[in-house]
Write a protein that binds this ligand. Structure first.
Ligand code: MF3
Ligand code: CO
Ligand code: CO
Length: 275
């Protein structure tokens, strides 16, 4: 049984109930999410062959500090960085390191800023110099998966409609959907109910209601869907070492659909524009 609670009167822990937020809360989320989007915009110029992911981590930390925001991943469950940087066959939770990016790499940069108590969570793919057509196509398919998932969001539908839209498109494009990680409720908490699966059926999952806020963040592989987590406890990679991509937006459910809080003010959301 799912329960829905007024976010204003709910305890600040994940009890499994789904929080419904009001107009002022949406305004707080808009601000946090737009800061995240502007940071992701600024990274377009920074991601170049020779730049280390450690330098990207420092940039994101400074960007947060300069704008009164804390990177929510810093010391989150023992994670030590301000950002996740996931390169090529790394599915998610790649840790910044002192190794330079190389021409032809594709890297997902996932930023979550905590601003005035609100979490803005978004990620995009960045090509490093010239990339192969297969990599570009995977990024295009993955972004389209995200946008089709978002298009399925409306009050009365179930969260499974999001997963069905994503899985149907990904598999028609001969790609696979990672099952081990999902989108999530977000707002006052970084990771909250409900889980948003990127596969499944439209008849599954809780009903979507106005006032819900969650992420959609499909991870799509060129090969098989299976992943493994490396011995560092964080880095998730494709088992077959196939190329993988991810895009993430934070959305708020409105009366007729949803608002994408993390949309790029510069229009740099989609692949091909991110360069
Ligand atoms: N930002 C990621 C997400 O989309 C979570 C990263 S948690 C970390 O949910 F600890 F790995 F940083
Ligand atoms: Co997320
Ligand atoms: Co994220």
């Amino acid at each position: 049984m799912v329960t829905y609670i007024d976010a204003a009167s709910a305890p600040l822990k994940n009890t499994g109930a789904i929080r419904l937020y009001g107009a002022e809360d949406f305004e707080g989320m808009r601000r946090a999410c737009q800061l995240t989007a502007r940071c992701l915009d600024a990274l377009v110029e920074i991601v170049q062959p020779g730049v280390t992911t450690a330098a990207i981590d420092r940039f994101v930390f400074e960007y947060g500090m300069d704008h009164g925001a804390l990177p929510a991943t810093l010391n989150y469950r023992g994670y030590k960085y301000s950002v996740c940087t996931s390169i090529n066959h790394v599915v998610c939770h790649g840790m910044p390191e002192d190794k330079p990016l190389r021409e032809g790499d594709i890297v997902n940069i996932d930023v979550t800023f905590l601003l005035d108590g609100w979490h803005g969570d978004s990620s995009r793919m960045y090509p490093v110099g010239q990339i192969k057509r297969a990599a570009e196509r995977l990024m295009e398919v993955t972004h389209e998966c995200l946008m089709r998932g978002i298009a399925a969001v409306r009050p009365g539908a179930r969260t499974g409609a999001i997963g069905e839209a994503i899985q149907t498109f990904a598999e028609a494009e001969r790609c696979s959907v990672v099952r081990d990680f999902c989108g999530h409720g977000v707002g006052r908490l970084f990771h909250d109910s409900p889980n948003i699966l990127h596969y499944g059926k439209a008849t599954e999952g809780p009903e979507i209601r106005e006032g819900m806020i969650f992420t959609i963040e499909p991870m799509i592989n060129l090969g098989k869907p299976h992943v493994k987590v490396l011995s560092d406890g964080w880095t998730a990679v494709t088992r077959d070492r196939s190329l993988t991509a991810q895009y993430e937006h934070t959305v708020g459910v409105t009366a007729t659909g949803c608002e994408i809080f993390t949309l790029s003010p510069a229009g740099l959301d989609a692949p091909g524009l991110t360069r």
